[in-house]
Design a protein around this ligand. Structure first.
Ligand SMILES: [Zn+2]
Length: 142
């Protein structure tokens, strides 16, 4: 009986849960030490949101998509700092306003994805953070 319960749990997890919500993933320490803000969101690999995002853009999937404080990354995609920082910025946008999801959809419907001001903001913010010099261990004022 125990193995039957285990099998049902395994089936539920592999056939339903993982395809919908993906699996948790952990950022490499090198990334969180350089960009500590990246540790403030949850990272997952795979999941239905990637497909839904892709369908909205007329493609099979997207590399990353953020829903509130969770970022879904495509399985097997590299830890690209520009992508991670872009998605992190979306998490900040979600945190800034309860109506952000509606505003984002409205922007996409009226201006298109590429001219969506939240996408432009996330791209610009990520570009600034990637270019910022890495902190050093030198003492202040050195
Ligand atoms: Zn985006």
């Amino acid at each position: 009986m125990e193995s039957a319960v285990f099998s049902i749990r395994t089936w539920f997890r592999t056939r339903l849960l993982v395809p919908v919500i993906g699996t948790p993933d952990v950022l490499p320490d090198t990334l969180t030490s350089r960009w500590p803000e990246l540790a403030r969101v949850r990272w997952r690999r795979g999941g239905l949101p990637l497909r839904v995002g892709g369908w909205c853009l007329g493609q099979r999937t997207v590399q990353g998509i953020t829903l509130w404080q969770t970022v879904f990354l495509a399985p097997g995609s590299a830890w690209d700092p520009a992508l991670l920082l872009h998605e992190h910025r979306h998490a900040e946008q979600f945190a800034s306003s309860a109506v952000f999801p509606l505003l984002y959809v409205w922007e996409s419907l009226t201006r298109g994805y590429s001219r969506n001001r939240y996408e432009a903001d996330a791209n610009a913010w990520a570009a600034r953070r990637v270019e910022r010099p890495q902190p050093t261990n030198l003492s202040p004022g050195a």
